[in-house]
Design a protein around this ligand. Structure first.
Ligand SMILES: [Zn+2]
Length: 501
């Protein structure tokens, strides 16, 4: 492991070097079946229960291409503004690894199905960076190895290894960027924003469940440095399978500070794969990186070439949903949001939740208020994503409706939301159980008003003398007496009535 002393201060790194990024994202498609056989494409399951002779690579078993997988690949390509190949083939990528039973991966090499695209990425401060897409190609996932014994869970030091082929043959799309240059100190942020934007896009396309924590979206980050102003790229490292957005940012930043220290010391960067350590945010050396020649690619003889007709491609283009970036623009206009308000929404991951709350009948402003303040704070203190809070947009809309109809005050509404979050049921049930109804019965309120006026006769005189704003103190006393369950507006009216002002 690299010691902290072997890292260069980040400010110095970006002063002396220009980073170049290359991001490779693997996304598992959510097709019902695997890419080349009829086995179920499901996450988990008892080991080796979603397998057949084809995905186990048994001799004589032949692959059959999953049409839905090709359809998803084309839709992804179109959403990434790519050209779609008129004719392309699969290729065998040969290498031995125990979790790959055929000893080759069915992939695409020099004939990807989609190529030459781009994705516009908006950074936190609103700056837009265009990331050029080199290609998006189809391939299959490998099985999974589980190394048992040993401290690290890695193969080194393990007592034995277990293999699960349920994932072998699951459809994958690999999306590869062209070198991303010119981002300077913002390179780590650009990397995170790119993966985040891509994830949103893939989710909108409904082609994958894009769960980084379950590995259905994985990012490999290529990073190299070159002296400021140079044009020839430095040697890159590839940090594999970084499994959260935050880790993508941290891994890129760490590699920049590590490589800069090596280069400044007159050393050379080794072209290799590296592993990211979640615990301390460092990367460690993996294997020496193979070059394409090592894989002895050749066209897959067991699968026919794919020649998607232009009519089909256009049909698929027509199925593209409103893309997240366009949707954001529309929402901003419809809800009259400032750039800053939109950014707040995006930063807490509340756009979809607010949209769903508006859909359920709330006004955009009120819906936004709940999600961006109270609920975002709650999510933050629980350390979960906003969307994972145990309250639905529909329930939030219901609470907002109860406030609008005067059945709840804002203060009571907060209590109701706490009740829903605590699992006490639907908002109305919480209102019942906790007895949170607004006291709007005038006779009950009048009793409290009279009591408060009697307790503060000098204030009663002031109000009577025309100082209506003095009523605030009496309203406060009544609210206190009714434990906040009174309708403050009605209380004020009753006070004025009572003193005859
Ligand atoms: Zn199978």
């Amino acid at each position: 492991m690299t010691a902290v002393a072997d890292l260069m201060d980040y400010a110095e790194v970006v002063e002396r070097y220009d980073p170049v990024l290359g991001l490779e994202v693997h996304v598992e498609l959510n097709t019902n079946t695997k890419m080349f056989c009829g086995c179920a494409n499901e996450f988990g399951g008892e080991p080796n229960t979603h397998v057949c002779p084809t995905c186990l690579g048994l001799p004589g078993a032949l692959p059959v291409l999953n049409g839905k997988g090709v359809e998803s690949a084309i839709r992804i390509g179109l959403a990434l503004n790519c050209e779609i190949a008129e004719w392309c083939r699969f290729a065998r990528k040969n290498y031995f690894y125990p979790d790959m039973p055929k000893n080759f991966q069915t992939s695409q090499y020099d004939e990807p199905i989609a190529f030459n695209g781009y994705l516009d990425v908006t950074l936190d401060d609103g700056e837009v960076v265009r990331v050029e897409i080199e290609r998006a190609h189809m391939e299959e996932d490998t099985g999974k190895s589980l190394h048992v014994g040993g401290a690290t869970g890695r193969i080194h030091g393990a007592d034995y290894s277990l293999l699960d082929y349920n994932r072998a043959g699951v459809p994958l799309i690999e999306i590869v960027t062209k070198p991303i240059t010119g981002t300077g100190s913002r390179a780590p942020e650009v990397a995170r924003a790119y993966v985040s934007t891509l994830r949103d896009l893939l989710r909108a396309l409904d082609v994958s469940d894009v769960r980084m924590d379950q590995g259905s979206l994985r990012c490999d980050a290529n990073v190299s440095l070159m002296p400021r102003g140079a044009t020839e790229f430095g040697t890159r490292t590839e940090t594999k399978n970084v499994n959260s957005l935050r880790s993508v940012e941290r891994a890129v930043r760490y590699e920049m500070t590590r490589q800069a220290a090596v280069l400044a010391d007159g050393g050379k960067i080794k072209q290799e794969t590296r592993h990211f350590q979640e615990a301390d945010g460092t990367t460690s050396s993996g294997r020496t990186k193979e070059t394409a020649e090592d894989y002895r690619y050749f066209p897959e003889p067991d699968l026919v070439p794919i020649a998607p007709s232009r009519e089909w491609v256009e049909q698929l283009r027509a199925t593209l949903p409103e893309l997240p970036s366009e949707r954001r623009k529309r929402i901003q206009a419809e809800w009259s949001l400032s750039d800053e308000a939109l950014r707040d929404l995006l930063n807490v991951g509340a756009v979809d939740l607010v949209a769903a709350t508006v859909e359920a009948g709330a006004s955009p402003n009120e819906a936004r208020g709940w999600w961006v303040s109270t609920l975002a704070q709650e999510a933050n203190s629980r350390g979960v994503e906003l969307a994972d809070l145990p309250i639905t947009p529909k329930q939030v809309a219901e609470v907002i409706a109860l406030v609008s109809s005067g059945e709840l005050t804002n203060k009571l509404a907060k209590e109701v939301v706490q009740g829903v979050l605590a699992g006490e049921g639907e908002p109305r049930e919480v209102v019942e159980k906790r007895g949170l109804k607004v006291v709007s019965d005038d006779s009950a309120l009048l009793a409290a008003v009279d009591e408060a006026l009697a307790a503060q006769p000098d204030i009663a005189d002031k109000i009577r003398g025309g100082k209506v704003q003095a009523a605030g103190a009496i309203v406060g006393a009544v609210m206190k007496a009714t434990k906040g369950q009174a309708d403050a507006k009605r209380v004020r009216e009753l006070i004025i009535e009572r003193v005859g002002a």
